[in-house]
Design a binder for this molecule. Structure first.
Ligand code: G6P
Length: 608
């Protein structure tokens, strides 16, 4: 899963390819490379590690070609070495690839038997040889690509340039996103609109099965049966977003601090503040009074947002909720009938497993709503109703502002569906809406606890294991807090339901393992206090995230207290997310880790 770009240009392209790749680094950053044509001949530059290594390489060994492709990699097949870095090439062509070719072993055997020699451990290299093989048989580049594509199984986006072809780039899409862009006598290819934003605001998304021929004069599209097709040109907003860190050291810090603003903006989109009610910006594509069941599917942080929302949907809409991670959901053949609704949650709108789950639910006749941050993404386009989070582009790999915006939208959906089902009175709705209106201000207050959080992080940075506990809706938040720590500090952390502690994890407690407890003053607070007593009695060091009243009532000798503003507890997970994020952030900074691009991870996971 990777980012790909391509330019058929009127000026040298290498610098611009790298510029576009920087905007795609969220898709992976194990290695990077570009290929251009120098005096008609294919030349590649590749480098292991982050994009800056490729930049240094290009500074030492510049390229002047006016056509080229580029790639930033998240390794699936083969280690992240320079040799395995894209573009992959034969004497005839160079190819960049995002996705997985599932039948690459068979193809590799077949092509090896015909004399092709493979130089890498990747699945992508078979694509280079397969198309080359067709060309060796006398086909033109177009004919060769058209013949090769039906033989590839899996999800992929591809970009090809050809030796001796100064005005030809071929792209193909099956399951992985891909867009082309239009310039003045130039055409562009990119994994998303963001990559193309510096060059153009006019783009076309390829549809699944499409392939396209790019020249300086324009773009021709073909469908899976090789019939010429027309695809709509769209104006994108992507360029409007300035992608910089502002006054912050890292994107993650900037994105944590942006939360009061973007959560406020998102809530304003869903609430009628003067009437004190939820007003969805779209019609619900189903009759809520007849809904029998709700299914929520997502991955990673978005899954934890869904888990928090399960508590809200059950409480406010009185509807049974089933929730699963998308990689499990899509293959376990869950029975779904047409009276149910599926909600998928995804920042990128491109996560392969989440997309497959959405398609599964649609196949079963369910209506679908997607809580999604990228309005032009595949998930946003394929669901019945996109419920947009207005978080703006999230660059830090560890999700922060997208999470709190997802929670905000899910809270509004729970209230809207609760009202439509008659499960929520107008008074109760109005009280809940008042609580939501207070959330951005409370988030700003919570973020002000940063100096204390930084202090506490020094303790975490010395630990090798951390336990995160919570009850009720704070339980999934505890899991999200643990995930944040794992992702960027590389400290082993587990999120547990506080009441489950005694069924196993309590055996782990000793003085060296910090126990972080998320405990807003809610209906289950006293139960959580009992669990904290159990930890304290065994010498555990507790870091409490709670308001002062809760901290005082507990009367426990805490290692540290991160004092949250007092608030009604219903939407505490949105506010309490901030200290969990900041704890992970400062711990990772103290440890000297690459916070925005942690090892082995990628932001958008378009492979299963
Ligand atoms: C990756 C990211 C996570 C994210 C997950 C789901 O693992 O690193 O931060 O939560 O994918 O991504 P999505 O775009 O579907 O929300």
């Amino acid at each position: 899963m990777c980012g790909i770009v391509g330019i058929v240009g009127r000026e040298p392209v290498a610098g611009r390819l790298v510029e576009a790749l920087k905007r795609l680094e969220y898709r992976g950053y194990d290695s990077a490379g570009v290929a251009t044509l120098e005096a008609g001949r294919l030349v590649r530059r590749r480098a292991e590690g982050k994009l800056r290594n490729l930049e240094e390489r290009l500074a030492r060994e510049p390229l002047q070609g006016m056509i080229g492709v580029g790639h930033t990699r998240w390794a699936t097949h083969g280690r992240p070495t320079e040799n395995n870095a894209h573009p992959h090439a034969s004497e005839r062509l160079a190819v960049v690839h995002n996705g997985i070719i599932e039948n690459f072993r068979e193809l590799r055997e077949e092509l090896s038997a015909r004399g092709h020699v493979f130089a890498t451990e990747t699945d992508t290299e078979v694509v280079a040889h397969l198309v080359t093989d067709e060309m060796d048989g006398g086909k033109s580049p177009r004919e060769a690509v058209a013949a090769a594509l039906p033989r590839l199984r899996g999800a992929f986006a591809l970009g090809f340039v050809f030796d001796g072809q100064e005005n030809l780039l071929i792209a193909a899409r099956q399951g992985a996103p891909l867009a082309v862009g239009y310039g003045d006598g130039e055409t562009f290819l990119g994994s998303d609109a963001l990559a193309l934003a510096p060059f153009t605001d006019t783009i076309t998304y390829l549809e699944d099965g499409d392939w396209a021929v790019l020249t300086r004069e324009g773009v021709e599209f073909f469908d899976a049966r090789n019939a010429p097709v027309t695809r709509a040109r769209l104006r994108t907003q992507a360029s409007a977003f300035l992608i910089d860190k502002g006054n912050h050291r890292h994107f993650m810090a900037k994105e944590i601090h942006e939360q009061p603003e973007v959560v406020g903006r998102t809530l304003a989109h869903y609430l009628d503040m003067s009437q004190g009610c939820v007003r969805l910006p779209f019609d619900l594509p189903f009759d809520a009074s007849k809904l029998t069941r709700l299914t929520i599917v997502a991955c990673g942080t978005a899954y934890y947002a869904g888990l928090v929302a399960k508590y809200w949907f059950e409480r406010y809409a009185r509807i049974p909720v089933e929730i699963d991670v998308a990689s499990e959901f899509r293959y376990r053949e869950p029975p779904l009938d047409a009276t149910g609704l599926t909600i998928v949650v995804s920042q990128s709108g491109e996560t392969a497993d989440t997309l497959a789950s959405l398609r599964y639910a649609k196949e079963k006749g369910q209506k679908t709503v997607a809580v999604v941050n990228v309005p032009t993404s595949t998930i946003a386009r394929e669901c019945d109703a996109p419920a947009l989070t207005l978080a703006g582009p999230e660059i830090g790999v560890a999700s922060t502002k997208a999470f709190t915006c997802q929670l905000s939208v899910l809270a509004c959906l729970a209230i809207a569906i609760g009202r439509a089902r008659g499960a929520l009175s107008l008074e109760r709705e109005s009280a809940l809406v008042s609580q939501l209106i207070a959330v951005p201000g409370l988030l700003a207050e919570a973020i002000k606890r940063e100096p204390k959080i930084e202090q506490v992080s020094a303790t975490l940075a010395k630990a090798s294991d951390v336990l995160y506990l919570g009850r009720g809706a704070s339980f999934p938040l505890a899991m999200e807090g643990a995930l944040k720590l794992k992702e960027i500090s590389y400290i082993h952390a587990e999120g547990y339901a506080a009441g489950e502690l005694k069924h196993g994890p309590i055996a782990l407690i000793d003085e060296s393992m910090p126990v972080i407890v998320i405990a807003p003053h809610d209906g289950v607070y006293e139960k959580t206090v009992s669990n904290m007593q159990e930890v304290a009695a065994r010498g555990g060091r507790i870091i409490l995230i709670a308001d002062n009243r809760a901290a005082d009532e507990a009367a426990i000798d805490f290692h540290a207290v991160v004092a949250m503003p007092a608030m009604e507890p219903d939407f505490a997970p949105i506010v309490y997310a901030a200290p969990a994020q900041l704890l992970a952030y400062h711990t990772a900074v103290i440890m000297g880790n690459d916070v925005d691009q942690p090892r082995h991870l990628a932001k958008s996971v378009t492979v299963e």
